[in-house]
Design a protein around this ligand. Structure first.
Ligand SMILES: O=C(CO)[C@H](O)COP(=O)(O)O
Length: 163
């Protein structure tokens, strides 16, 4: 809810390296039309970028997205690279971030309901575009329940980071 009592939609970040840019752009179009989403920030890369920016390696993308969530500028991120693995590893380097690659419906569900992941990543070289779009639609529909049995397990991670 915002200060006027209205329900706020999700504030999302989308990003990709060169190997994931086509999927990022397609998903971005979907998210811009999704009524559950109030804001989408595209952190690149983009085909219109200068060559050095367009070939920005995946760690910069994952870290930038994680920092936006850590700093409260976004709620969640959806990132693409060739496999989804590199951007997930990078985002997980940011304190408080739980990121995972997932390419099936069950894992996408559990990434939120079990693990409270704020970042979903996918590989453009791994999964078809229609499945990727569907998984994004599903993922943004899940909300972690802090009263669930999974919450204590996630807390072990946040407590460890606080040490
Ligand atoms: O998939 C990637 C990293 O996980 C990236 O898009 C390509 O990385 P590379 O195989 O090291 O070029």
């Amino acid at each position: 809810m915002n200060t006027e009592g209205r329900t706020m939609g999700l504030r999302l970040v989308v990003g990709a390296d060169e190997a994931g840019v086509d999927y990022k752009d397609k998903v971005l179009e979907d998210l811009r039309q999704d009524p559950r989403v109030s804001e989408v920030t595209d952190i690149g890369v983009n085909r219109s970028d200068a060559p050095d920016d367009f070939t920005r390696p995946y760690p910069y993308v994952g870290i930038a997205a994680g920092e936006m969530i850590r700093d409260g500028a976004a709620d969640r991120a959806i990132l693409f690279c060739g496999t989804g693995i590199g951007v997930a590893i990078a985002a997980n380097k940011v304190e408080g971030i739980r990121a995972t690659a997932a390419h099936d419906s069950f894992s996408v569900e559990r990434s939120v309901l079990s693990n409270d992941c704020q970042v979903l990543t996918m590989g453009q070289r791994v999964v078809g575009i229609e499945l990727a779009r569907r998984l994004v639609r599903e993922w943004i529909g899940y909300t972690f329940d802090p009263a669930s049995a999974s919450a204590g397990k996630v807390k072990v991670l946040t407590d460890f980071e606080a040490c």
